[in-house]
Design a protein. Structure first.
Length: 213
């Protein structure tokens, strides 16, 4: 049996990424949700580019250019979160192990813990917020983009929706340990609003006719 040659560069990067996801010290639900949303954003931008300048879509040129530009920006922003996720959780671990032998030490430790716990919530909430925007971009391309790129537009929508749900789930898990009731109530209200937007879009999509020629 012939020995396999080295993987192409893009396959090496993908293999490394998948291996990183498995490792417990790397990005968790927040980081992977960011990755999923970044893919959705890139796909929405792709559909927009495949629509811009095409015959019959002249009226959508300006809007599709906006989608392409914003999709690129969001993909880059979300990709950065993949590394931020494990850093945020590391700060929480470091805060947990701070000394607490004296009242002053205990007070400092608790303050650091509170900040770290909120960070664990705020990061995925930021991901969910960006994913909501990706969802809207993908919806635009799905409704008004080039039909030849409909599969990419539909996948972009599905990825954005999955990202919102995954990021909210990550934030909710972290929120259980936050003692600040005002912060908790405000965050839960934001979560409910985000999930309502997702449910509304899912209802609209379910009412759209699906035919197979």
């Amino acid at each position: 049996m012939d020995e396999e040659g080295p993987l192409p560069a893009h396959r090496q990067a993908l293999t490394d990424l998948l291996a990183d996801v498995v490792r417990t010290e790397t990005a968790g639900a927040a980081g992977v949700s960011a990755l999923v949303a970044a893919l959705g954003s890139a796909l929405a931008g792709k559909v927009a580019q495949l629509t811009t300048g095409r015959e019959g879509f002249e009226a959508m040129t300006e809007e599709m250019q906006r989608v392409a530009n914003r999709g690129s920006q969001l993909a880059e922003k979300l990709a950065a979160v993949i590394d931020q996720d494990p850093q945020i959780r590391l700060r929480l671990t470091q805060a947990f192990y701070l000394p607490q032998g004296t009242p002053d030490e205990a007070s400092i430790r608790q303050s650091c813990l509170d900040l770290a716990l909120k960070g664990v919530v705020q990061l995925p909430m930021a991901v969910a917020e960006s994913a909501i925007e990706v969802m809207r971009l993908a919806e635009t391309t799905s409704r008004y983009g080039n039909p030849a790129a409909a599969p990419e537009a539909g996948l972009a929508l599905a990825l954005a929706i999955a990202s919102v749900k995954g990021a909210v789930a990550a934030a909710l898990t972290g929120l259980k340990n936050v003692e600040d009731e005002v912060f908790g109530d405000n965050t839960r209200a934001q979560m409910a609003e985000m999930l309502d937007k997702v449910s509304e879009l899912e209802r609209e999509l379910s009412e759209m006719p699906l035919t197979v020629a």
